[in-house]
Design a protein around this ligand. Structure first.
Ligand code: 5GP
Ligand code: MG
Length: 182
């Protein structure tokens, strides 16, 4: 990669770490039973890894699964349909499930996952996202646990990408464009 990428930091490592510990304590206080944490790939991988370690410190012993979901794209615009690229392997019947994702925007991805796991017999499907963009919802769905309510800008880092770039950043930020710099 060229070294000229500029990202304006919105949430730094310390802010993310503090908020993640608090989220884990909130989740533990909800006293989930037979908890299965389902991380939605790809964007949630870094948040899920940190949240799971915080859940351990909060005294939880969850099982962990991965769901790889993708919105159908028409050009660069999401058509609204969600495709399962890789399903979870465990039964969710009569279990509490915590869906973990990077960001709740239109809500289509999480609504699809929540409805599917409820239809498969989950007792309770809770949702935890690192970020939430308010006012962007296309379907009525809320997260039970939210790291930060985020401004309506396209963010990257901490697992979130543009064309597979920026996922490695340990912070969350906004790509600075030539227009911003002018
Ligand atoms: P939705 O809630 O619209 O179904 O989808 C949310 C997904 O869209 C997120 O999991 C993430 O992959 C992607 N997304 C939404 N907003 C942003 C953003 O600002 N930056 C990045 N990198 N991805 C986003
Ligand atoms: Mg995603």
């Amino acid at each position: 990669m060229s070294g000229d990428r500029k990202v304006k930091v919105l949430y730094d490592e310390l802010a993310i770490a503090d908020r993640t510990e608090a989220l884990a304590r909130e989740i533990a206080a909800a006293k989930p039973k037979e908890l299965l944490v389902v991380a939605i790939l790809k964007g949630s991988f870094m948040f899920a890894a940190d949240l799971l370690r915080a859940l351990y410190r909060a005294g939880m012993e969850p099982q962990v699964e991965f769901f790889h979901l993708s919105s159908y794209l028409e050009g660069t615009v999401s058509s609204g349909a969600v495709k399962i690229l890789r399903d979870i392997e465990s039964s969710v019947r009569d279990r509490d499930v915590l869906l973990v994702d990077d960001i709740l925007e239109s809500g289509r991805t999480l609504a699809f996952a929540k409805d599917l796991l409820a239809a498969r017999g989950a007792r309770r499907v809770l949702i935890c996202t690192m970020l939430e963009k308010p006012g962007k919802r296309a379907v009525p769905i809320d997260a039970d646990f939210v790291g930060f309510v985020c401004p309506d800008v396209f963010v990257v880092g901490y697992g979130m990408d543009v064309a597979h770039c920026y996922r490695e950043l340990p912070f969350i930020g906004r790509v600075v464009t030539a227009q911003d710099a002018a």
